[in-house]
Design a protein around this ligand. Structure first.
Ligand code: AMP
Ligand code: GLY
Length: 420
């Protein structure tokens, strides 16, 4: 079977690598892919905003399944578009993708279905937002409604910071803003919780804890994710049941009420406060770097799972995992998440010995004249799996040190809260 994966990050390289284990697989195309995916798949450089071009490529090459990695094409409706031409696509449709595309859409669902989330208000202009903020306690959280690559969230410590956030949002920093979302600040510990759905049933797809801040000790600026470990140390059967019952199931019911179904990965970003889960946000895809952290532990054929989702037969598919601990450390370009240099050569990649417990996924990399160069802020993802977190940490950092790339840096404390 020929398949196409859309995206170019570490998440897509991990999906490529794990799908490649399937005996059913004949060929993978990665659109556009990176230097890592080119080792497994054929990279095809198409414009992700031109759905017609993608549709023509898929039909001309007799591709039987398209897997969409990132949120942007999902929110823009790529699934609806390709399905209109009879193409099988793994990922949610445009309406269901509003769970990530519009924070206010999700908040309204939470309100209607009593889903636990931070208390909130929606304000349509700067004046009303500021009047409310003057009367509120800080810290307080201010969010742009639309997709902002994780940057549209402000945690404001005082009224001056709040004023700046509201000003920036209404002045178009994240695109035209009709309104702003103001939320109560929740104090707890975060967890990434994943399910996969075919629109009829759901299956758990692992948990992880992401380290979003750039510096050791969870300090410094927010990033796309500096590393993660799985499973989350907060996970228990009791908590899992609460998340499914109080958060996931009512959300899927809300979509059914809107006459739509959820097909794809669903990622709930949760804050756990005194053992109670609160929904912070939904993402309509796997997390990055959580995907790289979780997928290597999958025992079941990933292609069978994705096909079962497209064929609505997930209830008949058993998903099995290795009972192991995994960890991912992200190697970034110096300067990230602010200005960083690109096009720095990465040598020694072929000297790193990888096996069924040690993985290296590429993110921002490109091939030029048979050499690999950095092309983004997050460049490489080292992943190891083992019986204990302690051992996983040793392995993952020793592989990373073997590379010894001076163009980049990483956090040295990923998983500092877990040992065994
Ligand atoms: P989001 O893009 O909505 O996930 O927000 C980015 C980050 O901001 C989250 O990962 C949290 O660390 C933080 N955050 C968002 N909303 C809240 C909240 N209501 N209380 C505390 N922290 C929050
Ligand atoms: N790791 C956070 C995200 O994928 O949004």
């Amino acid at each position: 079977m020929k398949i196409a994966i859309i995206g170019s990050g570490g998440r897509e390289h991990a999906i490529c690598k794990i799908l490649n284990r399937s005996e059913k697989l004949e060929k993978i195309f990665c659109i556009p892919g990176n230097a890592g995916t080119s080792l497994i798949a054929e990279n095809i450089n198409l414009n992700l905003e031109n759905f017609d071009e993608i549709k023509n490529f898929v039909l001309n090459n007799k591709i039987e399944l398209v897997v969409v990695g990132p949120e942007k094409p999902l929110v823009e409706g790529i699934v609806d578009y390709l399905e209109r031409y009879g193409i099988k696509v793994f990922g949610p449709n445009k309406l269901a993708s509003k769970l990530e595309g519009s924070k206010i859409f999700t908040k309204k669902i939470c309100q209607k279905f009593n889903i636990p989330t931070a208390k909130f208000g929606i304000f349509e202009n700067e004046k009303n937002a500021l009047e409310f903020l003057k009367k509120s306690n800080h810290p307080i959280v201010i969010k742009a409604d639309n997709l902002a690559s994780g940057k549209g969230v402000y945690i404001c410590e005082n009224i001056e910071e709040s004023k700046l956030a509201v000003f920036e949002i209404f002045n178009g920093k994240f695109g035209q803003a009709k309104n702003v979302l103001i939320e109560e600040f929740l104090k707890g510990e975060e967890m990434s919780f994943f399910v996969i759905s075919d629109g009829v049933s759901i299956r758990n797809f692992g948990t992880a804890q992401d380290h979003k801040r750039v510096l050791d000790g969870d300090k410094g600026k927010n990033t796309g994710g500096m590393g993660a470990y799985s499973p989350s140390r907060l996970m228990s059967n009791e908590l899992e049941n609460k998340v499914i019952k109080k958060i996931i199931q009512p959300t899927l019911k809300a979509l059914l009420d809107l006459n739509t179904k959820y097909k794809g990965f669903l990622y709930a970003g949760l804050m756990i406060v005194n053992d109670e889960p609160f929904l912070i946000e939904y993402n309509v895809r796997m997390g990055d770097p959580e995907c790289q952290t979780i997928l290597p532990k999958l025992k079941t054929d990933l292609l069978e799972i994705l096909l079962a989702c497209c064929n609505k037969s997930l209830s008949k598919t058993n998903i099995e995992w290795q009972n192991k601990k995994s960890m991912c450390v992200v190697l970034c370009s110096n300067g990230y998440p602010e200005k960083f240099k690109k096009n720095i050569e990465i040598k020694n990649l072929d000297k790193i010995k990888l096996d069924e417990n040690n993985f290296l996924f590429h993110a921002g990399t490109i091939n030029k004249n048979d050499k690999v160069f950095s092309s983004g802020g997050r460049v490489l993802n080292f992943v190891s799996i083992s019986d204990t977190f302690e051992d996983t940490k040793k392995k993952v950092y020793s592989k990373l040190d073997e590379l010894n790339w001076t163009g980049g840096f990483c956090r040295r404390d990923i998983g500092y809260k877990v040992t065994n």
